[in-house]
Design a protein around this ligand. Structure first.
Ligand SMILES: CCCCCCCC/C=C\CCCCCCCCCCCC(=O)SCCNC(=O)CCNC(=O)[C@H](O)C(C)(C)COP(=O)(O)OP(=O)(O)OC[C@H]1O[C@@H](n2cnc3c(N)ncnc32)[C@H](O)[C@@H]1OP(=O)(O)O
Ligand SMILES: Cc1cc2nc3c(=O)[nH]c(=O)nc-3n(C[C@H](O)[C@H](O)[C@H](O)COP(=O)(O)OP(=O)(O)OC[C@H]3O[C@@H](n4cnc5c(N)ncnc54)[C@H](O)[C@@H]3O)c2cc1C
Length: 663
């Protein structure tokens, strides 16, 4: 039997309706259709071919990406694609490039932080790509600490302009995507100075390049920051360095929704919180959570298909060896990642709806849910990106030696993905933001009832004193037992930290001293959100034979895997006995055997095309070995029998007639 037959047999074992599961994964039939249509459009167009990328040099790779982006823009216009379709199209092209910054950061920054007048002027230009923008916040010496940025924007009364300046080397903007070679404009974050007074960091629209010939404008020095981790991955993007030498922009190019500077040089703070200036980061963090489920599902799809094809040991009487997916150790590493992909998918959908709700409230000048939205996006960004980066690497290992080949698709995926743990809010820094929110919520509870994702903190009294009543492994197959366990663990960890901080005379010192515990407490809180969201999703109608049942199994796998992994927390907080923790682990193993027959069908439900996976190991048809061989044959080193350099550097060594004694 060949891999093709193995996967065919695996698909026959499925206990649920795969087409219906595809819809559940996508969120709705319409969402599925849009994504499916765009995936096929990209996969079937030779312009979007990706297999030559690993052999291209940086300049060729960059140019090739520009070519694809230009062609994509043409398709978007010629085919009159909707915003949603265009988003999927860019996603499936699968190469980071300047358009990510244009659509994920530049346009949202204008929308979220521009005044109505500014939006009227700049949005049509950006939306029609007459200008191309980036988000220039991070500096050489300042990233996480936004208030510490050095770039200055000094108001000049006489000319009614701001003077944008990089006073030091360390104030050079460093990292913004698309900035080195493509962007014509940037939203530049700088410290506002009026008459010698500092007014905090604000965003300014600054033109970097001529719209005539694309040359850099006077006073602007811009370039690429150099090659990044991995070959193809992020090197298609021109992350840049930028310095300003007293560049002048009109006053009305400061983003003026949150605060304004009048012609007279008066600083006016609107009645909206200053944190709205961070709104772009909040909205992109939500996109990043959604991207996590995509990247993890991609790695899991590759590793699961390959695990069903790969056989090692266990052959009796000359029969086939055992499929590695049947090893319990393989299952215990792979299936939690499969479950995590679904968990992240559902939590990203939920986060999107939370964002929509917050946006509507902001329009109505209700800012009450902003802190919670910030904590959720920051925490879930951190949790999902960390788990996804680790998960992709685990999938590589699950594929043994072949996982290390570029043709497996996993090394490039990892290299592309891993900076998500850093960009858009470094993960530990983000968890500390969650901790601030939680500690503050606890400290305000005497007069303010916690709501939303923190509402369980309001049930502190029972949660602090309850004990788990699970007695058998089956008792763990109960959503309320699971939620109670996660709530209790989180509450107890948060309260413990809060009480210890309260003992410090200086609360900030206490916070810093306890920061490692606070990060763990925040993680517990965020895991509770993901687990509860999964459970809530299962309460909704999910059509299709066996779909809901399969998702229930995955939900329990996700929750009990976390419980097992963090059993130290659950035991230390005194909610569980070691016997109950061990019963959870017993149940987890039983659940793995329920996932096993459905594993291939579950990864098929992601509806990933072979083009998108770009993996010989993860091919839909399972024809792994012949295609691995074929991919290897195509390596440029195999173009000729005698490679360049052999005659020059190897032959002379082989031909020298040295005697051993002379060595
Ligand atoms: C194989 C190859 C595959 C290739 C595939 C490619 C396919 C690509 C296709 C699609 C990809 C889509 C994914 C999108 C990716 C887009 C590209 C992204 C590129 C990355 C861009 C960037 O990184 S931009 C720079 C980001 N920078 C940061 O995030 C900086 C982080 N720092 C901060 O946010 C802040 O400084 C801070 C929050 C850490 C601290 O701020 P500050 O000092 O002002 O605050 P305080 O601690 O004093 O707190 C004050 C008060 O405010 C509250 N608060 C803070 N932030 C917010 C907020 N955002 N909203 C609301 N409230 C906030 C804080 O909690 C405090 O509240 P209190 O009540 O006073 O305690
Ligand atoms: C691929 C990529 C693309 C990017 N694109 C952009 C872009 O388009 N525009 C843009 O403006 N920026 C961009 N960035 C920059 C990115 O946003 C920053 O790198 C990120 O915000 C982290 O900041 P930093 O590099 O200063 O890390 P640092 O904050 O210096 O982190 C270094 C270490 O210090 C720790 N640390 C920092 N502060 C604290 C604290 N208070 N408590 C405890 N530990 C702490 C961190 O946990 C980390 O371990 C990009 C970065 C990458 C890698």
């Amino acid at each position: 039997m060949e891999g093709v037959d193995y996967l065919r047999d695996e698909r026959k074992k499925s206990e649920f309706d795969v087409e219906a599961m595809k819809v559940a994964w996508a969120g709705s039939r319409e969402a599925f259709q849009v994504s499916d249509r765009m995936a096929k459009l990209v996969a079937n167009d030779p312009v979007f071919e990706k297999f030559s990328k690993p052999t291209l040099g940086r300049k060729e790779m960059f140019k090739n990406t520009l070519r694809k982006a230009a062609y994509a823009w043409k398709l978007i216009n010629d085919l009159h694609l909707t915003e949603e379709e265009a988003k999927w199209l860019r996603h499936y092209i699968d190469e980071p490039n300047y358009t990510d910054l244009q659509w994920e950061m530049f346009v949202p920054a204008l929308e979220g932080q521009g005044s109505e007048e500014q939006k009227r002027k700049w949005l049509p230009l950006a939306q029609t790509m007459q200008i191309i923008g980036t988000y220039a916040q991070t500096e050489l010496a300042h990233g996480s600490n936004v208030q510490g940025l050095e770039t200055t924007a000094t108001f000049d009364h006489e000319t009614d302009q701001f003077v944008i300046h990089s006073p030091t080397l360390t104030s050079s903007k460093w990292w913004p995507g698309g900035m080195a070679k493509v962007a014509t404009h940037a939203i530049v974050y700088a410290r506002l100075i009026i008459d010698g007074h500092f007014y905090g960091v604000h965003g300014f629209i600054v033109q970097l390049r001529s719209l005539e010939d694309h040359s850099t404008l006077p006073g602007i020095t811009v370039g690429d920051i150099g090659m990044k981790f991995g070959h193809g991955a992020y090197n298609t993007m021109d992350n840049g360095v930028l310095r300003f030498d007293r560049v002048r922009i009109p006053r009305n190019q400061m983003l003026m929704r949150v605060s304004q500077v009048t012609k007279e040089g008066k600083y006016v703070q609107s009645d909206v919180p200053r944190q709205l200036a961070y709104g772009t980061m909040v909205s992109v963090r939500q996109t990043i959570v959604s991207d996590a489920s995509k990247a993890l599902s991609r790695a899991v799809c590759i590793a699961t298909r390959y695990s069903a094809i790969r056989r090692q040991f266990g052959s009796h009487d000359g029969g086939p060896e055992t499929q590695v997916i049947d090893y319990k150790t393989q299952q215990s590493r792979l299936f939690p990642l499969l479950a995590s992909a679904f968990a992240f998918r559902f939590v990203s959908e939920w986060l999107k709806s939370l964002q929509t709700d917050v946006k509507q409230r902001l329009e109505a000048k209700d800012f009450s849910t902003l802190p919670e939205a910030h904590a959720c996006t920051a925490g879930l960004k951190s949790l999902t990106t960390a788990a996804t980066a680790d998960g992709i690497e685990e999938c590589r290992k699950l594929c043994g030696g072949h996982g290390y080949l570029i043709s497996s698709g996993l090394p490039e995926l990892y290299a592309y993905y891993v900076p998500a743990c850093t960009y858009e809010g470094e993960n530990v820094v983000m968890m500390l933001q969650v901790a601030r929110f939680l500690v503050k919520t606890v400290s305000e509870m005497s007069y303010k009832q916690p709501v939303g994702t923190a509402d369980y903190l309001g049930r502190m009294a029972p949660l602090m004193h309850n004990n788990c009543d699970v007695q058998t492994a089956e008792d763990w197959l109960n959503p309320s037992a699971i939620v109670k366990a996660f709530e209790t663990r989180a509450v107890r960890m948060i309260v413990d930290c809060s009480q210890r901080i309260a003992k410090f005379e200086n609360q900030e010192e206490g916070f810093a001293e306890l920061s490692t515990d606070l990060v763990e407490a925040s993680l517990a809180h965020c895991q509770l959100i993901v687990v509860s969201t999964f459970i809530q999703r299962l309460k909704q109608e999910i059509p299709g034979k066996g779909v809901k049942q399969s998702l229930e199994v995955l939900c329990y796998v996700y929750a009990l895997y976390l419980l097992h992994k963090h059993q130290g927390d659950f035991l230390a907080t005194g909610y569980l006995t070691s016997k109950q923790a061990s019963l959870a682990n017993d149940q987890l193993k039983t659940l793995y055997s329920k996932v096993r027959p459905n594993a291939i069908a579950l990864v098929d439900s992601f509806n990933h095309t072979d083009h998108y996976l770009s993996s010989v190991l993860g091919r839909y048809d399972g024809n792994v070995y012949p295609k691995l061989y074929e991919a290897a044959r195509k390596d440029p080193l195999n173009d000729s029998d005698i490679a360049d350099g052999i005659n020059q550097y190897v032959q002379p060594i082989l031909k020298q007639k040295l005697h051993l004694a002379k060595l």
